[in-house]
Design a protein around this ligand. Structure first.
Ligand code: NAP
Length: 283
């Protein structure tokens, strides 16, 4: 390789928060596929498993000082907006951004948590190039049915005719990787959906097809669904919020948009594809 090729090497270093999570692990994979160096942030590197070549770095977004070393030499940063298993909104955005700026970070992506949050507000008010990625319902949410499908052959859920444009988490990761690595996405807020709006009934049918045997769909009343959520430990406010989202999925949650195709140059993956990839979890 000549000196000039070295100078123009396109490998950059990216720090990915939420890297052990549903979306973050896809961001890691996409950045690796593009030939970049990836640092995966986790509060507990001993528990985390990352693909070969990924550098696991310990850090807590709730304690920005712990991020200083992880940010050294980083070109782009992917952020989540919450902390902990209870998804409490992070209040540390301004400190995280100040450290990122000091470290020379140029681009930040934010995985939107379903509405404005203090961290997202701080990123959008800041000086770094930012892109907000707003996915609708993840296809991976259907994994919550896996155990009942395996053991009882059934899905018990309310509002079986509700429609959702659910999205493959790999496509969310791909959109984030494009926004982090390519020009032209600064100041954009991208809604990300799958290629079809499906009813819950249609989702269950796709899972049955993928696993090769029938699934009985038992429609719960709102009261039965609330009782089930209460038994899982959800509080009343969360139950009311969840039921409202299920019952009155807003237009943005059920309207297909072409963000995946537009940014990545390939079609958004279907739920049938997702179901085929995860069939073993439902057998
Ligand atoms: N599910 C949906 O349908 C849906 C739809 C749209 C938007 N969303 C949004 O997506 C987000 C959830 O993403 P996900 O499902 O990919 O997450 P997830 O699978 O629940 O994983 C949570 C991640 O957050 C990390 N984390 C939590 N607190 C942290 C902290 N203080 N410091 C550093 N890392 C921390 C965890 O890392 P460690 O434990 O390794 O430290 C883990 O990687 C939420 O904002 C949600 O509102 C979800």
């Amino acid at each position: 390789m000549t000196n000039s090729q070295n100078t123009h090497s396109t490998q950059n270093t990216f720090l990915v928060a939420g890297a052990t999570g549903t979306v973050g692990r896809e961001v890691v994979r996409e950045l690796l596929d593009r030939g970049h160096a990836v640092r995966a942030l986790t509060r507990d590197p001993a528990k985390a498993e990352f693909p070969e070549g990924v550098e696991a770095v310990r850090g807590d977004l709730g304690e920005p000082a712990t991020l200083k070393a992880a940010l050294e030499g980083v070109t782009g940063l992917h952020l989540i907006t919450f902390t902990g298993g209870g998804y409490e909104p992070l209040e540390t955005g301004p400190e995280i951004l100040a450290l990122a700026r000091e470290a020379g970070v140029r681009r930040v992506t934010v995985l939107n948590g379903g509405g404005p949050t203090p961290l997202q507000d701080a990123v959008c008010a800041g000086e770094l190039d930012w892109t907000v990625v707003m996915p609708v319902e993840f296809m991976a949410n259907t994994l919550e049915w896996a155990e009942a499908v395996r053991t009882e052959g059934e899905v018990r859920a309310p509002f079986v005719d509700r429609v959702s444009a659910l999205v493959h988490e790999g496509d969310i990761g791909a959109v984030i990787a494009v926004a982090l690595t390519e020009e032209g996405h600064a100041g954009q807020e991208y809604v990300v959906t799958g290629p079809q709006a499906l009813t819950l009934r249609e989702k269950v049918a796709a899972l049955a097809e993928a696993r090769g045997s029938d699934i009985t769909l038992v429609e719960l009343t709102e009261e039965e669904a609330a009782a089930g959520m209460r038994a899982q430990g959800h509080d009343d406010a969360t139950i009311a919020w969840l039921l409202d989202v299920y019952k009155n999925t807003p237009p943005v949650g059920r309207t297909v948009v072409d963000t995946v195709q537009r940014l990545t140059g390939r079609p958004a993956r279907t739920f049938a594809q997702w179901a085929a990839e995860h069939a073993a979890s439902f057998r």
